[in-house]
Ligand binder design. Structure first.
Ligand code: NAP
Ligand code: GLV
Length: 309
């Protein structure tokens, strides 16, 4: 079995070591410009078009992350009929649950305000927020959205969720489709974004939609920066309708030094680390799926390219 590998920004040696452990029978090579030799599978993160163009002989392309927005931008260069398979949790879910729980609790327990008081040597208990007012709304109820919900459950916040198709999730008030969005937003105090980036979800949270959130709402974005119109978010924070945000993802990454988010105290910034691909678990998952495909069995995580996720 021949496998080609290319992952932008990653250390190939450590990835290849992990794949060799779980796929000892495979010959895995790092793809380089001009390599048109046959291959059965491709393991990729943000690959160049030349790597995949015309490779209809591939049995599958494995995306070394959950989001497929970057690879789908290759358009016609993606070989027709070759399944594209994303990483399914593989250790990212628990990281998302940690990150989002931390952001929600920091805001709910007023830790930012206590940091300011400490800096001023002030011993001053603040009135606690009421939990029943602190509804957490999750945009995206897929693999990672469900892990976030599981992480939040024990705290007892009212939970809401929004997805494309109708869902029933215990303890979560579920909304779906364009028609359900406004009702979802109007009842949400803390908005968590964990959607895939598609033509439908790009710029989803503009001024009009952000304004529908409850007064004093808080935003946690762990999906992609382009879901939110950044200047609209900033304007609503400055106007006081939105209390603040914890943002892990941005339209332009790294976030440019001149970006106004850097100097807005009510925005917390992390450099796209809310859920890193866990190499070992991902390599294991991919090896398991390759073995299943070799036996002509179906696997989960196949991207529906017409939907964009
Ligand atoms: P997923 O399993 O494919 O789930 C996507 C969810 O979004 C589904 O519930 C889907 O609805 C919903 N959705 C998609 N389009 C929609 C629309 N137009 N309207 C309403 N709902 C819509 O994806 P995942 O594994 O949870 O990952 C989500 C995203 O997280 C990834 O695509 C990636 O961009 C991002 N991510 C970020 C990081 C990071 O470090 N910041 C790490 C990993 C992933 P249905 O259930 O009805 O289909
Ligand atoms: C990371 O952002 C991913 O999509 O896996």
């Amino acid at each position: 079995m021949n496998i080609i590998y290319y992952a932008a920004g990653a250390n190939p040696e450590v990835w290849l070591n992990a794949f060799h452990r779980y796929l000892p029978e495979a010959t895995i090579r790092i793809w380089e410009e001009g390599d048109n030799a046959p291959a059965d599978y491709a393991l990729v993160w943000k690959p160049p078009a030349a790597m995949l163009r015309g490779r209809t002989d591939l049995k599958a392309i494995f995306n070394l992350g959950a989001g497929v927005d970057a690879i789908l931008q290759l358009g016609d260069a993606l070989p027709q009929g070759v399944p594209l398979i994303r990483v399914d949790d593989a250790g990212m879910g628990v990281q998302m649950a940690e990150y989002v729980s931390h952001a929600v609790l920091r805001h709910f327990r007023r830790f930012d305000e206590y940091d300011v008081l400490q800096a001023d040597k002030q011993w001053r208990p603040l009135p606690p927020h009421r939990k029943e007012d602190f509804s957490v709304g999750i945009l995206g109820l897929g693999v990672l959205g469900n892990c976030i919900i599981d992480g939040l459950r024990s705290f007892g916040f009212p939970l809401l969720g929004w997805s494309r198709s109708a869902k029933q999730i215990g303890g979560v008030q579920c909304f779906h489709g364009d028609d359900g969005l406004d009702a979802f937003l109007s009842q949400t105090k803390v908005l968590v974004l964990i959607l895939p980036l598609t033509t439908e979800t790009e710029n989803l949270m503009d001024k009009a939609k952000l304004a529908k959130l409850k007064q004093g709402a808080y935003i946690v974005n762990v999906a992609r920066g382009a879901h939110i119109v950044e200047e609209d978010l900033l304007a609503l924070i400055r106007q006081g309708h939105i209390a603040g945000a914890t943002l892990d993802v941005f339209r332009e990454e790294p976030l440019p030094l001149t970006h106004p988010f850097w100097s807005e105290k009510r925005i917390h910034i992390t450099p796209h680390i809310s859920a890193l691909t866990v190499r070992e678990e991902s390599a294991k998952q991919i090896a398991y799926k390759i073995a299943a495909l070799q036996r002509s069995e179906s696997v989960i995580g196949v991207v529906d390219q017409s939907k964009g996720y």
